[in-house]
Design a protein around this ligand. Structure first.
Ligand code: SAT
Ligand code: MN
Length: 609
Protein backbone atom coordinates (compact mmCIF):
# COMPACT_ATOMS: atom_id res chain seq x y z
CA UNK A 1 0.00 0.00 0.00
CA UNK A 2 1.26 3.49 -0.68
CA UNK A 3 0.71 6.65 1.31
CA UNK A 4 -1.80 8.08 -1.19
CA UNK A 5 -4.16 5.23 -0.38
CA UNK A 6 -4.37 6.11 3.33
CA UNK A 7 -7.99 6.99 4.12
CA UNK A 8 -7.31 8.91 7.32
CA UNK A 9 -6.46 12.50 6.32
CA UNK A 10 -4.65 13.26 9.60
CA UNK A 11 -2.54 10.12 9.30
CA UNK A 12 -1.75 10.81 5.65
CA UNK A 13 -0.64 14.34 6.45
CA UNK A 14 1.49 13.12 9.37
CA UNK A 15 3.24 10.57 7.13
CA UNK A 16 3.79 13.12 4.37
CA UNK A 17 5.33 15.56 6.84
CA UNK A 18 7.60 12.83 8.15
CA UNK A 19 8.69 11.95 4.61
CA UNK A 20 9.53 15.60 3.94
CA UNK A 21 11.56 15.74 7.17
CA UNK A 22 13.35 12.38 7.07
CA UNK A 23 13.88 12.07 3.28
CA UNK A 24 13.62 8.29 2.86
CA UNK A 25 14.28 6.83 -0.61
CA UNK A 26 10.85 5.20 -0.58
CA UNK A 27 7.79 4.73 1.64
CA UNK A 28 5.72 1.63 2.33
CA UNK A 29 2.59 1.18 4.41
CA UNK A 30 2.73 -2.24 6.09
CA UNK A 31 -0.12 -4.69 5.46
CA UNK A 32 0.85 -7.20 8.16
CA UNK A 33 0.98 -10.17 5.76
CA UNK A 34 3.24 -13.19 6.03
CA UNK A 35 4.72 -12.22 2.65
CA UNK A 36 5.65 -8.84 4.08
CA UNK A 37 7.28 -10.44 7.13
CA UNK A 38 9.29 -12.78 4.90
CA UNK A 39 10.36 -9.86 2.73
CA UNK A 40 11.57 -7.87 5.77
CA UNK A 41 13.63 -10.84 6.90
CA UNK A 42 15.06 -11.29 3.39
CA UNK A 43 16.05 -7.60 3.27
CA UNK A 44 17.94 -7.96 6.55
CA UNK A 45 19.62 -11.17 5.34
CA UNK A 46 20.70 -9.42 2.12
CA UNK A 47 22.10 -6.53 4.18
CA UNK A 48 24.19 -8.97 6.20
CA UNK A 49 22.28 -8.12 9.39
CA UNK A 50 20.48 -11.43 9.87
CA UNK A 51 21.69 -15.02 9.62
CA UNK A 52 19.11 -17.65 8.67
CA UNK A 53 19.16 -20.49 11.19
CA UNK A 54 19.10 -24.25 10.62
CA UNK A 55 15.76 -24.79 8.88
CA UNK A 56 15.26 -28.21 10.46
CA UNK A 57 15.95 -27.12 14.03
CA UNK A 58 14.49 -23.63 13.93
CA UNK A 59 12.35 -23.27 10.80
CA UNK A 60 11.60 -19.70 9.74
CA UNK A 61 14.01 -18.22 12.27
CA UNK A 62 16.95 -15.83 12.10
CA UNK A 63 19.68 -14.42 14.31
CA UNK A 64 20.68 -10.76 14.55
CA UNK A 65 23.78 -9.28 16.17
CA UNK A 66 23.36 -5.70 17.32
CA UNK A 67 26.02 -3.06 17.71
CA UNK A 68 27.82 -3.55 21.07
CA UNK A 69 26.59 -0.09 22.13
CA UNK A 70 22.95 -0.94 21.40
CA UNK A 71 22.05 -3.94 23.53
CA UNK A 72 19.33 -2.84 25.98
CA UNK A 73 17.06 -0.01 27.02
CA UNK A 74 18.85 3.26 27.68
CA UNK A 75 17.18 4.80 30.72
CA UNK A 76 19.38 7.86 30.88
CA UNK A 77 18.38 8.71 27.29
CA UNK A 78 14.66 8.08 27.91
CA UNK A 79 12.56 11.22 28.40
CA UNK A 80 9.13 12.20 29.64
CA UNK A 81 8.62 15.58 28.01
CA UNK A 82 5.54 16.90 29.78
CA UNK A 83 4.70 20.61 29.65
CA UNK A 84 5.59 21.00 33.35
CA UNK A 85 8.65 19.38 34.87
CA UNK A 86 6.75 18.46 38.03
CA UNK A 87 4.41 16.26 35.99
CA UNK A 88 7.31 14.01 34.96
CA UNK A 89 8.46 13.70 38.56
CA UNK A 90 11.80 12.83 40.14
CA UNK A 91 12.13 9.34 38.63
CA UNK A 92 11.94 10.43 34.99
CA UNK A 93 14.27 12.49 32.81
CA UNK A 94 12.50 15.64 31.79
CA UNK A 95 13.10 18.10 28.97
CA UNK A 96 10.78 20.85 27.82
CA UNK A 97 8.79 19.32 24.93
CA UNK A 98 9.35 22.23 22.52
CA UNK A 99 13.07 22.17 23.17
CA UNK A 100 13.25 18.38 22.78
CA UNK A 101 11.27 18.48 19.54
CA UNK A 102 13.68 21.09 18.23
CA UNK A 103 16.70 18.91 19.01
CA UNK A 104 15.09 15.79 17.61
CA UNK A 105 13.73 17.49 14.48
CA UNK A 106 17.31 18.40 13.66
CA UNK A 107 18.33 14.78 14.14
CA UNK A 108 15.43 13.47 12.05
CA UNK A 109 16.31 15.82 9.15
CA UNK A 110 17.40 13.48 6.35
CA UNK A 111 17.87 10.63 8.84
CA UNK A 112 16.27 8.06 6.52
CA UNK A 113 18.31 8.91 3.42
CA UNK A 114 19.17 5.77 1.49
CA UNK A 115 16.54 3.78 3.39
CA UNK A 116 12.87 2.83 3.10
CA UNK A 117 10.36 4.36 5.51
CA UNK A 118 7.91 1.76 6.78
CA UNK A 119 4.58 2.91 8.18
CA UNK A 120 3.34 0.30 10.67
CA UNK A 121 -0.29 0.54 11.79
CA UNK A 122 -0.53 -1.62 14.93
CA UNK A 123 -3.03 -2.51 17.60
CA UNK A 124 -2.14 -3.13 21.23
CA UNK A 125 -4.80 -5.63 22.24
CA UNK A 126 -7.10 -7.61 19.94
CA UNK A 127 -7.95 -5.58 16.82
CA UNK A 128 -11.23 -3.73 17.31
CA UNK A 129 -11.62 -4.57 21.01
CA UNK A 130 -12.83 -1.80 23.32
CA UNK A 131 -9.69 -1.93 25.42
CA UNK A 132 -7.27 -1.98 22.49
CA UNK A 133 -5.31 1.11 21.45
CA UNK A 134 -3.98 1.86 18.00
CA UNK A 135 -0.53 3.21 17.26
CA UNK A 136 1.25 3.98 14.00
CA UNK A 137 5.01 3.60 14.00
CA UNK A 138 7.15 5.10 11.28
CA UNK A 139 10.52 3.35 11.12
CA UNK A 140 13.50 2.87 8.81
CA UNK A 141 14.32 -0.54 10.31
CA UNK A 142 13.03 -3.75 8.70
CA UNK A 143 14.16 -5.49 11.93
CA UNK A 144 11.63 -3.36 13.79
CA UNK A 145 8.90 -4.14 11.24
CA UNK A 146 9.49 -7.90 11.61
CA UNK A 147 9.54 -7.71 15.42
CA UNK A 148 6.40 -5.56 15.49
CA UNK A 149 4.68 -8.23 13.34
CA UNK A 150 5.30 -10.71 16.16
CA UNK A 151 4.85 -8.44 19.19
CA UNK A 152 1.71 -6.58 18.07
CA UNK A 153 -1.15 -6.92 15.59
CA UNK A 154 -0.06 -5.13 12.43
CA UNK A 155 -1.56 -4.08 9.13
CA UNK A 156 -4.55 -3.33 6.96
CA UNK A 157 -7.06 -4.66 9.49
CA UNK A 158 -5.87 -2.01 11.94
CA UNK A 159 -6.32 0.75 9.34
CA UNK A 160 -9.86 -0.49 8.77
CA UNK A 161 -10.68 -0.08 12.46
CA UNK A 162 -9.00 3.34 12.47
CA UNK A 163 -11.24 4.48 9.60
CA UNK A 164 -10.95 8.09 8.48
CA UNK A 165 -11.12 9.73 11.90
CA UNK A 166 -9.96 7.22 14.53
CA UNK A 167 -7.48 8.06 17.27
CA UNK A 168 -3.93 6.67 17.14
CA UNK A 169 -0.67 7.27 18.95
CA UNK A 170 1.87 8.57 16.43
CA UNK A 171 5.32 7.03 16.92
CA UNK A 172 8.48 8.14 15.11
CA UNK A 173 11.44 5.81 14.99
CA UNK A 174 14.70 6.15 13.10
CA UNK A 175 17.89 4.23 13.71
CA UNK A 176 19.72 7.47 13.01
CA UNK A 177 22.11 6.16 10.38
CA UNK A 178 21.36 7.59 6.93
CA UNK A 179 23.15 5.94 4.03
CA UNK A 180 25.20 7.82 1.45
CA UNK A 181 24.82 7.12 -2.29
CA UNK A 182 25.58 3.44 -2.91
CA UNK A 183 26.33 2.87 0.78
CA UNK A 184 24.96 -0.31 2.42
CA UNK A 185 24.81 -1.60 6.01
CA UNK A 186 27.07 -4.52 5.06
CA UNK A 187 26.51 -6.40 8.28
CA UNK A 188 26.86 -3.32 10.51
CA UNK A 189 23.81 -2.94 12.82
CA UNK A 190 22.76 0.67 12.19
CA UNK A 191 22.35 2.99 15.17
CA UNK A 192 23.55 6.36 16.46
CA UNK A 193 26.07 6.99 19.25
CA UNK A 194 24.74 7.00 22.82
CA UNK A 195 24.69 10.80 23.18
CA UNK A 196 22.49 11.05 20.09
CA UNK A 197 19.96 8.45 21.23
CA UNK A 198 16.59 9.74 22.44
CA UNK A 199 13.57 7.70 23.55
CA UNK A 200 11.03 10.46 24.05
CA UNK A 201 7.44 10.59 25.24
CA UNK A 202 5.07 13.54 25.04
CA UNK A 203 2.31 12.60 27.48
CA UNK A 204 -0.02 15.53 26.81
CA UNK A 205 -0.04 15.09 23.04
CA UNK A 206 0.36 11.30 23.35
CA UNK A 207 3.28 11.06 20.95
CA UNK A 208 6.46 8.95 20.93
CA UNK A 209 9.69 10.00 19.21
CA UNK A 210 12.58 7.55 19.22
CA UNK A 211 15.95 8.11 17.59
CA UNK A 212 19.28 6.34 17.39
CA UNK A 213 18.61 2.85 18.82
CA UNK A 214 17.31 -0.24 17.06
CA UNK A 215 17.02 -2.46 20.16
CA UNK A 216 13.97 -3.83 21.99
CA UNK A 217 12.01 -1.38 24.09
CA UNK A 218 13.88 1.56 22.55
CA UNK A 219 12.62 0.73 19.07
CA UNK A 220 9.55 -1.55 19.29
CA UNK A 221 7.44 1.38 20.34
CA UNK A 222 4.22 -0.51 21.08
CA UNK A 223 5.77 -2.16 24.12
CA UNK A 224 7.27 -0.03 26.91
CA UNK A 225 6.69 3.33 25.18
CA UNK A 226 3.02 2.97 24.25
CA UNK A 227 1.65 0.10 26.34
CA UNK A 228 3.30 1.38 29.54
CA UNK A 229 4.55 4.99 29.50
CA UNK A 230 1.80 6.55 27.37
CA UNK A 231 -0.87 4.06 28.51
CA UNK A 232 -0.09 4.78 32.19
CA UNK A 233 -1.07 8.40 31.51
CA UNK A 234 -4.27 7.33 29.73
CA UNK A 235 -5.03 4.93 32.59
CA UNK A 236 -4.61 7.70 35.17
CA UNK A 237 -6.97 9.98 33.23
CA UNK A 238 -9.54 7.27 32.49
CA UNK A 239 -9.53 5.33 35.78
CA UNK A 240 -7.80 2.07 34.83
CA UNK A 241 -4.37 0.46 35.21
CA UNK A 242 -1.55 -0.08 32.68
CA UNK A 243 1.02 -2.19 34.51
CA UNK A 244 4.33 -3.98 34.02
CA UNK A 245 2.71 -7.30 34.91
CA UNK A 246 2.45 -10.85 33.67
CA UNK A 247 -0.98 -12.50 33.65
CA UNK A 248 -1.43 -16.10 34.79
CA UNK A 249 -4.32 -18.52 34.73
CA UNK A 250 -4.17 -21.08 37.53
CA UNK A 251 -6.40 -24.14 37.88
CA UNK A 252 -6.39 -26.11 41.13
CA UNK A 253 -6.90 -29.89 41.39
CA UNK A 254 -10.63 -29.30 41.96
CA UNK A 255 -10.85 -27.51 38.60
CA UNK A 256 -11.36 -24.07 40.10
CA UNK A 257 -9.77 -21.24 38.06
CA UNK A 258 -8.19 -17.98 39.21
CA UNK A 259 -6.21 -15.35 37.35
CA UNK A 260 -3.37 -13.43 38.91
CA UNK A 261 -1.01 -10.75 37.67
CA UNK A 262 2.53 -10.06 38.84
CA UNK A 263 4.83 -7.05 38.63
CA UNK A 264 8.58 -7.68 38.56
CA UNK A 265 11.38 -5.55 37.14
CA UNK A 266 12.89 -6.46 33.75
CA UNK A 267 14.83 -9.75 33.65
CA UNK A 268 13.55 -10.97 37.06
CA UNK A 269 11.91 -14.11 35.71
CA UNK A 270 8.50 -12.77 34.64
CA UNK A 271 8.49 -14.84 31.46
CA UNK A 272 9.51 -17.94 33.45
CA UNK A 273 6.77 -17.40 36.02
CA UNK A 274 4.24 -16.73 33.26
CA UNK A 275 4.98 -20.13 31.71
CA UNK A 276 5.68 -22.12 34.84
CA UNK A 277 5.16 -25.87 34.86
CA UNK A 278 3.86 -26.67 38.35
CA UNK A 279 5.52 -29.50 40.24
CA UNK A 280 2.41 -29.82 42.43
CA UNK A 281 0.22 -32.67 41.18
CA UNK A 282 -3.15 -31.64 39.80
CA UNK A 283 -2.33 -27.95 39.44
CA UNK A 284 -2.26 -26.26 36.05
CA UNK A 285 -0.70 -22.93 35.09
CA UNK A 286 -1.37 -21.23 31.76
CA UNK A 287 -0.18 -17.97 30.25
CA UNK A 288 -2.27 -14.94 29.35
CA UNK A 289 0.64 -12.49 29.18
CA UNK A 290 4.29 -12.27 30.21
CA UNK A 291 5.06 -8.55 30.48
CA UNK A 292 2.20 -6.06 30.37
CA UNK A 293 -1.35 -6.02 31.74
CA UNK A 294 -4.06 -3.47 31.01
CA UNK A 295 -6.81 -3.69 33.61
CA UNK A 296 -10.26 -2.14 33.66
CA UNK A 297 -13.22 -2.49 35.99
CA UNK A 298 -16.09 -4.67 34.84
CA UNK A 299 -19.75 -4.00 35.62
CA UNK A 300 -19.43 -6.50 38.48
CA UNK A 301 -16.83 -4.30 40.19
CA UNK A 302 -13.95 -6.66 39.49
CA UNK A 303 -10.77 -5.82 37.61
CA UNK A 304 -10.36 -7.47 34.20
CA UNK A 305 -6.96 -7.78 32.52
CA UNK A 306 -5.90 -8.06 28.90
CA UNK A 307 -2.46 -8.66 27.46
CA UNK A 308 -1.95 -5.86 24.93
CA UNK A 309 0.87 -7.75 23.21
CA UNK A 310 0.89 -10.62 20.72
CA UNK A 311 4.34 -12.07 21.34
CA UNK A 312 7.17 -12.54 23.82
CA UNK A 313 10.40 -10.56 23.87
CA UNK A 314 12.12 -12.81 26.37
CA UNK A 315 15.62 -12.90 27.85
CA UNK A 316 17.43 -15.88 26.29
CA UNK A 317 20.30 -16.58 28.76
CA UNK A 318 19.08 -18.77 31.61
CA UNK A 319 16.19 -20.09 29.54
CA UNK A 320 16.38 -23.89 29.20
CA UNK A 321 14.16 -26.96 29.31
CA UNK A 322 14.26 -26.98 33.10
CA UNK A 323 13.75 -23.28 33.78
CA UNK A 324 11.19 -22.67 31.03
CA UNK A 325 10.37 -25.48 28.63
CA UNK A 326 7.34 -23.57 27.32
CA UNK A 327 9.51 -20.62 26.27
CA UNK A 328 11.94 -23.02 24.56
CA UNK A 329 9.00 -24.50 22.64
CA UNK A 330 7.58 -21.05 21.83
CA UNK A 331 10.76 -20.02 19.99
CA UNK A 332 11.31 -23.28 18.08
CA UNK A 333 10.10 -21.72 14.82
CA UNK A 334 9.19 -18.36 13.22
CA UNK A 335 11.29 -16.55 15.80
CA UNK A 336 13.85 -13.77 15.84
CA UNK A 337 16.93 -14.12 18.03
CA UNK A 338 19.09 -11.15 18.91
CA UNK A 339 22.63 -11.30 20.33
CA UNK A 340 22.72 -15.06 20.94
CA UNK A 341 25.64 -17.33 20.03
CA UNK A 342 25.60 -19.17 16.66
CA UNK A 343 26.72 -22.81 16.58
CA UNK A 344 28.41 -24.61 13.68
CA UNK A 345 25.17 -26.38 12.84
CA UNK A 346 23.22 -23.15 12.52
CA UNK A 347 21.55 -23.29 15.92
CA UNK A 348 21.41 -20.59 18.60
CA UNK A 349 23.20 -20.96 21.93
CA UNK A 350 23.31 -19.01 25.17
CA UNK A 351 24.61 -19.27 28.71
CA UNK A 352 22.62 -21.73 30.87
CA UNK A 353 20.89 -23.22 27.83
CA UNK A 354 21.44 -26.62 29.44
CA UNK A 355 24.29 -28.00 27.29
CA UNK A 356 27.56 -27.13 25.59
CA UNK A 357 27.80 -26.31 21.90
CA UNK A 358 28.50 -28.88 19.15
CA UNK A 359 31.55 -28.77 16.89
CA UNK A 360 34.79 -26.90 17.35
CA UNK A 361 33.77 -23.26 17.14
CA UNK A 362 30.94 -20.92 17.96
CA UNK A 363 30.32 -17.33 16.92
CA UNK A 364 29.63 -15.03 19.85
CA UNK A 365 27.20 -12.10 19.94
CA UNK A 366 29.91 -9.75 18.73
CA UNK A 367 30.53 -11.92 15.67
CA UNK A 368 33.84 -13.35 16.89
CA UNK A 369 34.81 -17.00 16.50
CA UNK A 370 35.40 -18.71 19.84
CA UNK A 371 36.07 -22.31 20.90
CA UNK A 372 32.74 -24.14 21.25
CA UNK A 373 31.94 -24.27 24.98
CA UNK A 374 31.82 -27.71 26.60
CA UNK A 375 29.46 -26.62 29.36
CA UNK A 376 26.75 -23.95 29.36
CA UNK A 377 28.65 -21.53 31.57
CA UNK A 378 31.02 -18.71 30.67
CA UNK A 379 33.08 -16.44 32.90
CA UNK A 380 31.43 -13.09 33.64
CA UNK A 381 32.27 -10.56 30.96
CA UNK A 382 33.19 -13.29 28.45
CA UNK A 383 29.67 -14.46 27.63
CA UNK A 384 28.99 -15.90 24.19
CA UNK A 385 25.43 -14.55 24.24
CA UNK A 386 24.92 -11.04 25.60
CA UNK A 387 23.25 -11.23 29.07
CA UNK A 388 20.30 -9.30 27.57
CA UNK A 389 20.13 -11.47 24.41
CA UNK A 390 16.50 -11.97 23.43
CA UNK A 391 14.09 -14.17 21.53
CA UNK A 392 11.02 -12.72 19.85
CA UNK A 393 8.34 -15.40 19.51
CA UNK A 394 4.62 -15.40 18.69
CA UNK A 395 2.49 -15.96 21.83
CA UNK A 396 0.28 -18.30 19.81
CA UNK A 397 3.21 -20.76 19.64
CA UNK A 398 3.36 -21.12 23.42
CA UNK A 399 2.19 -24.62 24.45
CA UNK A 400 0.64 -23.28 27.67
CA UNK A 401 -1.09 -20.22 26.22
CA UNK A 402 -4.52 -19.91 27.87
CA UNK A 403 -7.51 -20.08 25.56
CA UNK A 404 -8.68 -16.71 26.95
CA UNK A 405 -5.48 -14.90 25.99
CA UNK A 406 -7.11 -12.92 23.18
CA UNK A 407 -10.49 -12.47 24.84
CA UNK A 408 -11.29 -8.77 24.41
CA UNK A 409 -13.25 -8.82 27.68
CA UNK A 410 -10.12 -9.78 29.63
CA UNK A 411 -9.87 -12.11 32.62
CA UNK A 412 -10.99 -11.29 36.20
CA UNK A 413 -8.01 -10.81 38.51
CA UNK A 414 -7.93 -12.31 42.04
CA UNK A 415 -4.40 -11.36 43.12
CA UNK A 416 -1.51 -9.04 42.38
CA UNK A 417 2.05 -10.16 43.07
CA UNK A 418 4.92 -7.75 43.54
CA UNK A 419 8.53 -8.81 43.67
CA UNK A 420 12.13 -8.17 42.81
CA UNK A 421 15.58 -9.62 43.28
CA UNK A 422 16.35 -9.26 46.98
CA UNK A 423 19.17 -11.36 48.43
CA UNK A 424 18.15 -10.50 52.02
CA UNK A 425 15.26 -9.36 54.28
CA UNK A 426 12.22 -9.77 51.97
CA UNK A 427 10.53 -13.12 52.72
CA UNK A 428 9.52 -15.75 50.17
CA UNK A 429 5.90 -14.59 50.30
CA UNK A 430 3.83 -12.22 52.35
CA UNK A 431 0.23 -11.02 51.99
CA UNK A 432 -0.72 -7.38 52.49
CA UNK A 433 -3.24 -6.66 55.23
CA UNK A 434 -5.35 -4.39 53.04
CA UNK A 435 -5.35 -2.55 49.72
CA UNK A 436 -3.58 0.48 51.17
CA UNK A 437 -1.01 -1.71 52.89
CA UNK A 438 -0.45 -3.42 49.53
CA UNK A 439 0.01 -0.08 47.78
CA UNK A 440 2.52 0.89 50.48
CA UNK A 441 4.45 -2.35 49.91
CA UNK A 442 4.31 -1.84 46.11
CA UNK A 443 5.67 1.68 46.53
CA UNK A 444 8.80 0.44 48.33
CA UNK A 445 9.68 -2.56 46.11
CA UNK A 446 13.42 -2.85 45.52
CA UNK A 447 15.44 -5.02 43.17
CA UNK A 448 18.96 -5.65 42.00
CA UNK A 449 19.45 -3.94 38.62
CA UNK A 450 19.81 -6.43 35.71
CA UNK A 451 21.36 -6.37 32.24
CA UNK A 452 18.00 -5.37 30.70
CA UNK A 453 19.17 -1.80 31.08
CA UNK A 454 22.46 -0.17 30.20
CA UNK A 455 23.49 1.18 33.61
CA UNK A 456 26.44 1.32 35.97
CA UNK A 457 24.07 0.20 38.76
CA UNK A 458 23.83 -3.43 37.54
CA UNK A 459 23.80 -5.71 40.60
CA UNK A 460 22.92 -2.97 43.09
CA UNK A 461 19.54 -2.86 44.83
CA UNK A 462 17.47 0.12 43.71
CA UNK A 463 13.88 0.96 44.60
CA UNK A 464 11.61 0.11 41.70
CA UNK A 465 8.06 0.89 42.85
CA UNK A 466 5.51 -1.47 41.28
CA UNK A 467 8.35 -2.46 38.86
CA UNK A 468 7.29 0.71 37.03
CA UNK A 469 10.28 2.95 37.75
CA UNK A 470 11.43 3.05 34.09
CA UNK A 471 7.90 2.82 32.68
CA UNK A 472 5.65 5.32 34.44
CA UNK A 473 4.84 8.21 32.10
CA UNK A 474 4.13 10.72 34.87
CA UNK A 475 5.00 11.69 38.45
CA UNK A 476 5.30 8.53 40.57
CA UNK A 477 3.73 10.31 43.54
CA UNK A 478 0.61 10.84 41.41
CA UNK A 479 0.85 7.23 40.31
CA UNK A 480 0.71 6.09 43.96
CA UNK A 481 -2.27 8.39 44.44
CA UNK A 482 -3.99 6.79 41.43
CA UNK A 483 -3.61 3.34 43.02
CA UNK A 484 -4.93 4.61 46.37
CA UNK A 485 -7.90 6.28 44.69
CA UNK A 486 -8.86 3.11 42.84
CA UNK A 487 -9.00 1.34 46.21
CA UNK A 488 -11.07 4.10 47.78
CA UNK A 489 -13.57 4.27 44.94
CA UNK A 490 -14.20 0.53 44.63
CA UNK A 491 -15.48 -2.26 46.83
CA UNK A 492 -12.27 -3.58 48.41
CA UNK A 493 -13.67 -7.08 48.79
CA UNK A 494 -13.80 -7.34 44.98
CA UNK A 495 -10.32 -5.95 44.40
CA UNK A 496 -7.38 -8.30 43.92
CA UNK A 497 -5.54 -9.32 47.11
CA UNK A 498 -1.94 -8.12 47.15
CA UNK A 499 1.09 -10.35 47.75
CA UNK A 500 4.86 -9.91 47.84
CA UNK A 501 7.17 -12.63 46.64
CA UNK A 502 10.94 -12.99 46.54
CA UNK A 503 12.43 -15.99 44.73
CA UNK A 504 15.94 -14.59 45.08
CA UNK A 505 16.94 -14.95 48.75
CA UNK A 506 20.59 -15.94 49.20
CA UNK A 507 22.36 -17.58 52.12
CA UNK A 508 25.63 -16.41 53.66
CA UNK A 509 27.60 -18.28 50.97
CA UNK A 510 25.76 -16.29 48.31
CA UNK A 511 23.73 -19.33 47.08
CA UNK A 512 20.04 -19.07 46.29
CA UNK A 513 18.00 -20.68 49.09
CA UNK A 514 14.79 -21.22 47.12
CA UNK A 515 15.04 -23.28 43.89
CA UNK A 516 12.46 -21.18 42.01
CA UNK A 517 10.93 -22.05 38.62
CA UNK A 518 8.36 -24.91 38.83
CA UNK A 519 8.82 -25.02 42.62
CA UNK A 520 7.24 -21.57 42.78
CA UNK A 521 3.93 -23.36 42.23
CA UNK A 522 4.03 -24.19 45.96
CA UNK A 523 3.80 -20.48 46.67
CA UNK A 524 1.19 -19.90 43.95
CA UNK A 525 -0.97 -22.63 45.53
CA UNK A 526 -0.86 -20.83 48.89
CA UNK A 527 -1.76 -17.53 47.20
CA UNK A 528 -4.61 -19.23 45.32
CA UNK A 529 -5.94 -20.64 48.60
CA UNK A 530 -5.62 -17.28 50.38
CA UNK A 531 -7.82 -15.78 47.67
CA UNK A 532 -10.48 -18.35 48.58
CA UNK A 533 -10.20 -17.47 52.27
CA UNK A 534 -8.08 -20.57 52.94
CA UNK A 535 -4.33 -21.16 53.36
CA UNK A 536 -2.75 -21.01 56.81
CA UNK A 537 -1.17 -17.69 57.78
CA UNK A 538 0.10 -15.75 60.73
CA UNK A 539 -0.35 -12.01 61.14
CA UNK A 540 3.01 -10.24 61.57
CA UNK A 541 4.15 -6.60 61.48
CA UNK A 542 4.75 -6.87 57.73
CA UNK A 543 1.56 -8.71 56.78
CA UNK A 544 0.29 -12.28 56.65
CA UNK A 545 3.12 -14.80 56.45
CA UNK A 546 2.43 -18.45 55.69
CA UNK A 547 2.88 -20.72 58.70
CA UNK A 548 5.83 -23.09 58.36
CA UNK A 549 3.59 -25.98 57.33
CA UNK A 550 1.47 -23.94 54.91
CA UNK A 551 3.89 -24.28 52.02
CA UNK A 552 5.35 -27.69 51.26
CA UNK A 553 9.13 -27.85 51.14
CA UNK A 554 11.06 -28.51 47.89
CA UNK A 555 13.83 -31.08 47.93
CA UNK A 556 17.08 -29.54 49.10
CA UNK A 557 15.40 -26.84 51.17
CA UNK A 558 15.84 -27.66 54.86
CA UNK A 559 13.44 -26.70 57.61
CA UNK A 560 16.00 -24.14 58.81
CA UNK A 561 16.14 -22.66 55.28
CA UNK A 562 12.37 -22.47 55.27
CA UNK A 563 12.36 -20.74 58.65
CA UNK A 564 14.94 -18.32 57.32
CA UNK A 565 12.94 -17.30 54.23
CA UNK A 566 9.62 -17.13 56.07
CA UNK A 567 10.71 -15.14 59.09
CA UNK A 568 10.37 -11.45 59.78
CA UNK A 569 13.94 -10.16 59.68
CA UNK A 570 13.47 -7.46 62.32
CA UNK A 571 16.81 -5.70 61.87
CA UNK A 572 16.57 -5.92 58.10
CA UNK A 573 13.07 -4.41 58.14
CA UNK A 574 14.06 -1.64 60.51
CA UNK A 575 16.85 -0.71 58.09
CA UNK A 576 14.41 -0.96 55.18
CA UNK A 577 11.93 1.37 56.88
CA UNK A 578 14.64 3.84 57.80
CA UNK A 579 15.88 3.86 54.19
CA UNK A 580 12.37 4.48 52.85
CA UNK A 581 11.89 7.35 55.29
CA UNK A 582 15.27 8.93 54.66
CA UNK A 583 16.03 8.23 51.01
CA UNK A 584 12.98 6.97 49.13
CA UNK A 585 9.81 8.81 50.11
CA UNK A 586 11.36 12.31 50.36
CA UNK A 587 12.18 12.10 46.62
CA UNK A 588 8.49 12.54 45.88
CA UNK A 589 8.11 15.68 47.96
CA UNK A 590 4.55 16.77 48.66
CA UNK A 591 3.23 14.51 45.91
CA UNK A 592 3.80 11.51 48.16
CA UNK A 593 0.27 10.65 49.33
CA UNK A 594 -0.09 11.11 53.09
CA UNK A 595 -1.76 7.71 53.29
CA UNK A 596 1.64 6.15 52.54
CA UNK A 597 3.33 8.03 55.39
CA UNK A 598 0.52 6.78 57.62
CA UNK A 599 1.36 3.21 56.55
CA UNK A 600 5.07 3.84 57.10
CA UNK A 601 4.40 5.20 60.59
CA UNK A 602 2.16 2.23 61.34
CA UNK A 603 4.68 -0.42 60.30
CA UNK A 604 7.42 1.36 62.23
CA UNK A 605 5.18 1.41 65.28
CA UNK A 606 4.44 -2.29 64.94
CA UNK A 607 8.17 -2.99 65.04
CA UNK A 608 8.68 -0.85 68.09
CA UNK A 609 5.66 -2.19 69.94
O1 SAT B 1 12.28 -2.91 27.31
S1 SAT B 1 12.57 -4.17 26.63
O2 SAT B 1 11.47 -4.51 25.78
O3 SAT B 1 13.82 -4.04 25.85
C1 SAT B 1 12.80 -5.42 27.76
C2 SAT B 1 12.65 -5.07 29.18
O4 SAT B 1 13.39 -4.23 29.70
O5 SAT B 1 11.79 -5.66 29.85
MN1 MN C 1 9.38 -5.95 30.89
Amino acid sequence: MNVQELKHPGLKQWVEDAVALMSPDSVEVCDGSKAEYDRMIQITIDAGLATPLNSEKLPGSVLFRSDPSDVARVENRTYIASEREEDAGPTNNWINPAELKKIMTELYKGSMKGRTMYVIPFSMGPVGSDIAKIGVEITDSPYVVANMHIMTRVGTKVLEVLGSSGVYVPCFHSVGKPLGPGEKDQGQWPCAPLDKKYISHFPETREIWSYGSGYGGNALLGKKCLALRIASVLARDEGWLAEHMLILKITNPEGEVKYITGAFPSACGKTNLAMLIPILPGWKVETVGDDIAWMKFGKDGRLYAINPEAGFFGVAPGTNNESNRNAMESCKKNSIFTNCGLTEDGDVWWELIGHGAPGKEIIDWKGNKRPAPQSDKSPKGEEIAHPNARFTAPASQCPCIAKEWEDPAGVPISAFLFGGRRPKTIPLVNQAKSWIHGVFMGSIVGSEVTAAVISDQVGQVRRDPFAMLPFCGYHMGDYFKHWIKLGQSHDESKLPKIFFVNWFRKNDEGKFIWPGYGENSRVLAWIFDRCSGKGKAEETPIGFLPTLDAITRPQGVSETDMQEILKVDIDGWKAEIADVRKNHYPKFGDKLPKELYTELDAIEKRFNA
